[in-house]
Design a protein around this ligand. Structure first.
Ligand code: 5GP
Length: 352
């Protein structure tokens, strides 16, 4: 595991509210428990539970959102999550989150995202480059600290309407200078219809935003086919594909974000030795290892690399290549890619 920590890594599939530390969730739950808003012991049991079906995971997210969704908490968790990824040598992070509107506390999707940005600017353990033009960093004068790139993806929740999805896309366009590079479609896969989100996703793509979709978490082959036909820039999971959709995906060469622990914990894949990573890796299909929800699934990106190495018999050379190749699939410009490749070249000298 130590070696996996020391390798520079690229994280492309991490949900903000799924990556919150358990200790922070407990602290927040205690405060709301004391106020009588929730019952602390109930929350404790839910948070500590290890294996959850996909359905139960979404119930947990509803609970997490009760704990985290106010401006100052959103700022706090963003800072912590970015610092946690930095601490395990993530050199490029694409963090995704669903902008939330909550009229009762005066929260709009924009003010939610402003709170996220404030959290990013509060990061103190590393220098963060978050602007596409490389102009905006939180660098202090003359600092020699580690540097990390952070970009944002705004998620559309499958519970949302076409109008709400469109609002998120417009917000993403508004926030491009602040490091928002794309749109994600996520949320409970048995809720909502592809046709509801398509107009907003089409518009986003036309406007030059990158698109990644949660695809194939349940065996809805018709939706999977429609999603591949849309040609997103990446997809997440790809667990329940039939033969025909595998063929389509492979010929379209759409990169897949692989979340091993998440797939096993939610029982989307019954056992790691039959995980589709094996086949995709063998045919050299573009793929990248990711955490999904490091808090909810008690994992880290280093652990995901370690798990892939031990489960699929990959040595250090293969693991390093897997980490390095992820640079090809990031939603940032060529300058960032070149800089990251240089980081990997430096690292390989030190690790050998
Ligand atoms: P947030 O967007 O609130 O920062 O992060 C949590 C949200 O991400 C969840 O409410 C859910 O919409 C989405 N999410 C997190 N993990 C998963 C997953 O494994 N599958 C899907 N489809 N959505 C997820």
């Amino acid at each position: 595991l130590e070696w996996c920590v020391s390798v520079p890594k690229v994280e492309l599939h991490a949900h903000l509210n799924g990556s919150v530390r358990n200790s922070t969730l407990f602290e927040l739950a205690r405060v709301l428990g004391d106020k009588g808003v929730i019952v602390f012991s109930d929350v404790e049991n839910v948070i500590l539970k290890d294996d959850r079906t996909l359905h139960e995971v979404f119930k947990l997210f509803d609970l997490i959102h009760i704990l985290t969704t106010d401006h100052s908490t959103v700022t706090r968790i963003t800072k912590e999550v970015i610092e946690d990824f930095a601490a395990e040598n993530v050199v490029y992070l694409e963090l995704r989150t669903t902008p939330k509107r909550n009229d009762s506390i005066g929260m709009s999707k924009r003010s939610y995202m402003d709170a996220v940005m404030e959290g990013l600017r509060a990061v103190s353990s590393v220098d963060v480059d978050y602007s596409p033009a490389g102009l905006k960093t939180n660098t202090f004068n003359g600092s020699m600290r580690k540097k990390m790139y952070v970009r944002f993806l705004l998620s559309i929740d499958r519970r949302e309407s076409t109008e709400a999805a469109m609002e998120t896309v417009k917000l993403a366009l508004e926030m491009r200078d602040l490091g928002v590079v794309g749109i994600d479609l996520s949320g409970n896969p048995i809720v909502g219809n592809w046709s509801t989100f398509l107009p907003a996703l089409k518009f986003a793509k036309e406007q030059g935003l990158y698109i990644t979709l949660h695809c194939g978490e349940v065996p809805n082959q018709e939706e999977i086919k429609a999603m591949i036909d849309f040609l997103p820039h990446r997809i997440g999971h790809a667990c329940c594909f039939d033969e025909e959709n595998w063929r389509k995906l492979k010929s379209a060469k759409i990169p897949v974000e692989i979340c091993l622990t998440s797939n096993i914990r939610t029982e989307t894949i019954s056992s790691i030795d039959i995980h589709h990573f094996v086949d995709l890796y063998k045919v050299k299909h573009p793929l990248v290892l990711c955490t999904d929800d490091s808090g909810v699934f008690s994992t880290s990106l280093s652990r995901e690399y370690n798990l892939a190495s031990s489960s699929f018999g990959l040595g250090k050379t293969e693991m390093f290549q897997l980490a390095e190749i992820a640079v090809n699939f990031i939603f940032a410009d060529d300058g960032v890619k070149a800089d990251l490749r240089a980081t990997f070249e430096e690292a390989v000298k030190k690790l050998n």
